[in-house]
Design a protein around this ligand. Structure first.
Ligand code: ASP
Length: 466
């Protein structure tokens, strides 16, 4: 019997999680079943999801290291690397600014905070914080300035000890691993000769093994995703969505414009790819990002989908994707701008054009500084609030609906990273470069790579996009 393609399996996992969690939540809200039932189920769901996320986290560092070193040392092309970085950073900043512009337009047009019931918002915020919030008083007190945050980001790029950086699962260490792997690739190339050849082969072999391990873990995605959906659907009372409805609609509308208009246009005109096809190729990673709310956690899936399903050459994806998971967050940047303007509106403190520009720029920088983990964007929002002189404790007003918005913005973050790989692959000429092995006609994979059907349960020879 034909096995269901991976993205369908993941989708079904998500649907089951929502179909069980949401009705239970409604029943509990109406007093038909005890409140503790959906909450307990949500806790179990999160535990299952966390197991899956940990497996993915386990492979992130070795995958980045082997993939990047192979990408650089394997191509033998240092000049290409400079071009690649230029295109990548240019794309990242341009698309984040586009996303922020859409968000600011939406919040000015819809004005979700004007006339909002501030008392209710505050009661919801207090209840949220009493229930153990992600933004703790310590975080608010610590209140690093934006300059300090960015300086720390730069400083942490250079690991004091690369082995320790690889051992630390935090976000900053990912940047450090990227930096070290880049240098390693460059100097393996420079060493050349017998040593260069041996090391290039060792890393290439390591990469192949890590890809296989990743593909094995990816088979568990439908279960992990089911757990996370259960957590999201059953974990929070539905009444909070009423008070923050307009705000949520504003964020979701703006995210939708970025995802379904701006990025597809970029894909058509700059990457010369069909958006629906590319979307389908990246869908396992997009669905996983949605459920886990973590770009860094989803990274192994993103790399696998880009290389195995969308035929992006390793030397592009190995550089663009890890960097993107850490610093390119269009969804987060958009969300931070909307949230800060919403809070200002709710406080009756409308920001003028100059202040909105400050919000836009700080939201961009804060999104660069945010880690690819759940709720990181909300924590970083404190610096945007500070930049326009708003009280930072008001970040609490929007926390109650943060998980669901986090899921949406994380998939947009990942969608933008994916479009970046397609654009950079075309612009840098990597798609027709001589050093990439020709893809296997039937699977779209380089001859040495594990076949996609091994991970996706599709019959050998089926089109990669299933
Ligand atoms: N969860 C987001 C991500 O991993 C970051 C954020 O909180 O906005 O991309």
């Amino acid at each position: 019997m034909k096995k269901l393609a991976l993205h369908w399996q993941i989708f079904i996992g998500m649907a089951i999680g929502a179909a069980v969690g949401l009705p239970l939540n409604v029943l509990a809200e109406n007093g038909v079943v005890d409140e503790s039932i959906p909450r307990t189920l949500a806790t179990y769901g999160k535990q299952v999801g966390d197991l899956f996320l940990r497996l993915l986290s386990m492979v992130v560092t070795p995958l980045i290291l082997t993939s990047l070193v192979t990408g650089i040392a394997g191509t033998g092309d240092l000049k290409g690397l400079g071009r690649l970085s230029g295109w990548t950073f240019g794309y990242y900043i341009a698309t984040s600014l586009l996303a922020i512009t859409v968000g600011i337009l939406a919040v000015n047009l819809i004005e979700p905070g004007v006339g909002a019931d501030f008392e209710t918002l505050q009661r919801t915020a207090e209840a949220e914080q009493a229930g153990g919030s992600v933004v703790t008083p310590e975080i608010l007190e610590k209140g690093e300035s934006l300059g300090q945050t960015l300086w720390n980001q730069l400083l942490n790029l250079i690991p004091k000890n690369p082995i320790a950086a690889m051992a630390d699962p935090g976000n900053r260490s990912i940047l450090a691993v990227i930096f070290f792997a880049l240098l390693l690739g460059v100097f393996i190339l420079q060493a050349g000769g017998r040593h260069g050849k041996v090391l290039t082969e060792v890393f290439a072999a390591g990469f192949e093994v890590m890809m296989r391990m990743t593909m094995f873990i990816i088979r568990l995605a439908p279960i992990g995703v089911l757990g996370f959906m259960l957590y999201a659907a059953a974990g929070k009372g539905l009444h909070v969505f009423v008070a923050l409805g307009q705000y949520m609609i504003t964020v979701l509308l703006a995210l939708a414009v970025h995802a379904f208009v701006t990025l597809p246009l970029i894909l058509i005109f700059l990457a010369k790819r069909r958006p629906h096809e590319f979307f389908q190729q990246m869908s396992p990673a997009l669905l996983t990002a949605f459920s886990t709310a973590s770009s860094s956690g989803t990274l192994p899936l993103t790399i696998t989908c880009a290389e195995q399903r969308a035929r992006i050459p390793n030397r592009v994806s190995s550089f663009v994707l890890p960097l993107g998971a850490t610093i390119n967050m269009d969804g987060t940047a958009l969300y931070e701008a909307v949230a800060v303007l919403f809070i200002a509106q709710a406080l009756g403190n409308d920001l003028d054009a100059a202040q909105q520009i400050v919000v836009a720029l700080t939201a961009l920088l804060a999104s660069i500084g945010a880690a690819g983990i759940p709720h990181a964007g909300t924590v970083m929002m404190v610096v945007v609030l500070q930049a326009v002189g708003l009280p930072v404790e008001h970040v609490g007003l929007i926390l109650a609906v943060d998980r669901i918005l986090d899921m949406c913005r994380t998939s947009i973050n990942l969608w933008s990273d994916s479009v970046a790989t397609a654009v950079v692959a075309r612009w840098s000429g990597a798609l027709d470069g001589p050093s990439d092995p020709p893809p296997d006609e039937a699977t779209g994979s380089p001859p040495d790579a594990p076949r996609p059907d091994e991970a996706e349960g599709e019959p050998a020879g089926a089109p990669a996009e299933g």
